[in-house]
Design a protein around this ligand. Structure first.
Ligand SMILES: Cc1cc2nc3c(=O)[nH]c(=O)nc-3n(C[C@H](O)[C@H](O)[C@H](O)COP(=O)(O)O)c2cc1C
Length: 240
């Protein structure tokens, strides 16, 4: 589940008293003009204005947020693989990291991906098709990139099958046509009929308690008592 709940995010931003370039919450100012939002510069970022989010939380809304955090926390114990879901429109490739992916039916062959509010959800009604690339253990940089965590520049390569882009180097590719769509709470289940399959042998990338890792790394982490604190902490922003 992506962290799109406005209140929690607003609260994180809200606690920063005086945002500076080093907080990571806003890009460094390009010039004094840009900082002040005077014509010719970039407009001032309203997201960092004094917040009122916490005050507006009713007890019921606070309970909903707490339950959502707890569910995310518990679901972090469900170790998963990691995929990049991809689609294309007007020669543009769009990819996003997703682990809410599963096989639904063998006859007919159906899979689904559960998407929250994201650009992919806006594109799929138009493209009607998506690809799923199951990431290999050396592809964590792509998982971060396609989750919007652009830490270092990456240069993902795509291979094409029947006009559908799939991430090169992945362990498996599944190409689908959307045949059913169900809204479920704050997510939408995109059911796809499988049209293309590919796999190779190799080591998978895992996601466990909000962190990426190889099979060995995850295993080492869970058996190291010093890691316990990190494993019980909330996953960072932008992660399900
Ligand atoms: C490991 C991991 C798994 C994720 N799984 C999902 C998921 O299954 N569904 C979802 O909607 N977002 C998921 N996200 C969050 C999206 O990748 C993130 O919101 C992304 O920026 C959406 O891209 P878009 O808005 O450009 O389409 C996941 C993020 C991470 C790091």
């Amino acid at each position: 589940m992506p962290e799109r709940a406005g209140v929690a995010r607003l609260t994180r931003v809200a606690r920063v008293a005086a945002p500076t370039a080093s907080t990571g919450l806003m890009p460094p100012p390009r010039s004094a003009t840009a900082r002040s939002g005077v014509a010719g510069g970039a407009p001032a970022r309203t997201a960092l204005e004094p917040p009122t989010g916490i005050a507006r939380l009713t007890p019921k809304a606070a309970a909903v947020e707490a339950a959502a955090r707890e569910l995310r926390h518990v679901m972090g114990r469900f170790a998963t693989g990691v995929t990049v879901v991809s689609t294309t429109q007007r020669s543009t490739i769009h990819g996003m990291t997703a682990n809410a992916f599963l096989s639904v039916s063998l006859r007919p062959p159906l899979v689904l991906v559960s998407l929250g509010r994201c650009r992919m959800s806006e594109m799929l009604p138009r493209t009607g098709r998506y690809g799923v690339s199951v990431l290999a253990s050396d592809q964590a940089q792509f998982a971060r990139h396609f989750a919007g965590q652009r830490i270092s520049p990456v240069d993902p390569e795509f291979v094409w099958h029947d006009d559908l882009p799939l991430l090169a180097g992945a362990l498996a590719h599944i190409g689908c046509r959307v045949v059913d769509v169900h809204t479920a709470g704050d997510h939408v289940l995109w059911i796809g009929e499988v049209e293309h399959l590919y796999h190779r042998d190799g080591e998978p990338l895992l996601f466990y308690t909000g962190q990426f890792g190889t099979l060995r790394e995850v295993s080492d982490r869970v058996s190291d008592p010093e890691q316990t604190v990190r494993l019980t902490a909330d996953p960072p922003r932008g992660q399900p």
